[in-house]
Design a protein around this ligand. Structure first.
Ligand SMILES: O=c1ccn([C@@H]2O[C@H](COP(=O)(O)O)[C@@H](O)[C@H]2O)c(=O)[nH]1
Length: 224
């Protein structure tokens, strides 16, 4: 893949989202639209952003009973996103039904453990074991369910790729060495994520909050 960076366009403002995407379009490989954007603009907003000409990653992290998730995936199908997320913890049947409902060209990837969580957060939710154990368990489940790949942090991706060489690994929680970490907890640099086996990197604020987003995207791309 020529450019592994998907820029997270996290804003409810359509004009700002379009302007940001236009600014960085030559130095990223795709646009990631999440809940903040989708709740404000829905399918129409996604279509507007698709006109920029980059692959669209719809990061809606669907998580519900299998029938509801499958119907949601069907409703999103006309948008033909390049990538769509569901939560791995929705379980085997939900993952299987989500994949079955998705268009052929859409990669369905399962979020394992959010990069904003650490070992202590995991324990707060009653999960026993380390983040690496938890991610590995959910990655195995996703692979068995026929999902295309997973979302995990750069700290786990090498181990899961070893067990699932053909998987598609999405890594958010990516920060340049001098970057502001903010609410993320399991963080690696862009270079470290790629070296560990990330298929694509999701990078938001280090680009979108930079004084010059295009220069920030270009500088990160140059490290890869
Ligand atoms: O585990 C996850 C899953 C998704 N995300 C999303 O990625 C971006 C990261 O934005 P930054 O500004 O680079 O922190 C954001 O849209 C999240 O919803 C994640 O961070 N971690």
């Amino acid at each position: 893949m020529s450019n592994r960076i998907y820029v997270a366009i996290d804003t409810p403002d359509l004009a700002r989202a379009q302007a940001l995407a236009q600014k960085v379009r030559h130095h990223v490989g795709g646009l990631k639209l999440g809940l903040e954007f989708f709740c404000a603009h829905g399918a129409g907003g996604v279509r507007e952003m698709a006109q920029i000409g980059l692959p669209v990653f719809l990061d809606l992290k669907l998580h519900d009973i299998p029938n509801t998730v499958a119907k949601a995936v069907q409703s999103l199908s006309p948008l033909a996103p390049a990538i769509l997320t569901v939560h791995a913890s929705g379980g085997r049947a939900m993952l299987e039904d989500a994949k079955a409902a998705a268009p052929t060209g859409t990669k369905v990837v399962a979020v394992t453990m959010l990069t904003s969580l650490d070992a202590s957060d995991l324990s707060d939710t009653g999960v026993v074991g380390t983040p690496a154990d938890h991610v590995r368990r959910l990655a195995d489940l996703a692979a068995e369910a026929g999902i295309d790949g997973i979302v995990c942090s750069g700290e786990e991706v090498a181990a899961v790729r070893k067990a699932w060489p053909k998987g598609f690994f999405v890594v958010p929680g990516v920060r340049p060495a001098d970057g502001v970490i903010g609410d993320q907890k399991r963080v690696v640099t862009p270079r470290a994520a790629v070296d560990a086996g990330a298929s694509i990197l999701v990078i938001g604020r280090p680009i979108t909050q930079a004084e010059d987003p295009d220069a920030a995207a270009r500088a990160i791309a140059a490290t890869l």
